[in-house]
Design a protein around this ligand. Sequence first.
Ligand code: SF4
Length: 432
Amino acid sequence: MNAVIPIKPAAGCADAPVLRERGQREVFCGLTGIIWLHRKIQDAFFLVVGSRTCAHLIQSAAGVMIFAEPRFATAIIDERDLAGLADAHEELDRVVKRLLERRPDIKMLFLVGSCPSEVIKLDLSTAAERLSKEFLHKVRILNYSGSGIETTFTQGEDACLTALVPQLPAAEKNAASSLMIVGTLPDVVEDQFARRFREMGITNLQFFPPRHSHALPAVGTNTQFLLAQPFLGETARALEGRGAQRLSAPFPFGVEGTTAWMQTAATAFGISKATFDQVTMPARERAQRALEKHRLQLEGKSIFFFPDSQLEIPLARFLSRELGMKLTEVGTPYLHRQHLAHELALLPETTRLSEGQDVDKQLDRCREAAPDIVVCGLGLANPLEAEGMTTKWAIELVFSPVHGYEQSADLAELFARPLVRRQKIVREAVCN
Ligand code: SF4
């Protein structure tokens, strides 16, 4: 069903109509988040309570783990469990005990729900509570759902961090204001941001999630937080429930987004414009220069986003404003108007926004728009390539370091590369 809700136009796409669709979706489930979360929290373990399909998904998405002691696994629910013949709780307790005996390095264990665990109504929060009591002072045991029924792709991280918020220590009432950066960032990117904020004079700085379970940041009414990812709606709500205040900003993609994001924190912490410029200007100028060659390749090219990671709107803003690309449709699985208010205001008014998916209808619109490049999930990329379209896998945009000044050109290149490759193929075909 398509429902176009007309709302009066305002700056950019701030109040633009959104095409809302509900139908067949082509999106990964929230288990995918384990791939980047297990790299970030270095003493955490993710135990998926699911089927062989779930095991396949995370094994194939994280194939590189064969070289290291893995920090995720699947407790397989088999036919006996599904038929209610075995006590799944007892079975789970056994698996957890065996795991923790074998791996004393695990300090935080997430029991991750899946479609099968939901179907048999396995209560993982009770299991986590029960096991927490048993392993008190040794391992923190938490649970969240990564099931495809409840979550898409990046919502797994939102669910994981939401489960962690109650575990954060309370900041002292009279503590100095602190800045919390919320959302998983690769360590290299985190270090760049930390260095710049500290150079500006924001020294009371914490990242969530932390690299180690013992370094959970304190939270309280003196905590101001900046979201580094646009898909953390529930996490933000949970932090606000603990008294923290969200700083509203665009997301740190590209030079413009990174500057506005950092500037928001600088303003909140009373940093002067002169200091802000002194700290950020060299990196801004370097990043702008690095973007120029990609602008030559991307300017005037049209792009269509299928909904996938919830990064679509900030990325579309970056591509249109800093690289001159034309936006046809920008689809997103969920549109959080409040968190994306700055981003929406920066999009050209002509952009068609869509939320949710009815994949066949969206494919028709995509074919009609005939964009130069399509951003979509793996399942759609091959058929669209076979139709002669150029595609970019959305999942790469989540797995690659793309935030901040130093990564702006790399982010642009992720879009330029498939276009250059396609041009070469067409040129070779013409020459032959
Ligand atoms: Fe498939 Fe559901 Fe398992 Fe995800 S959680 S891999 S959607 S069965």
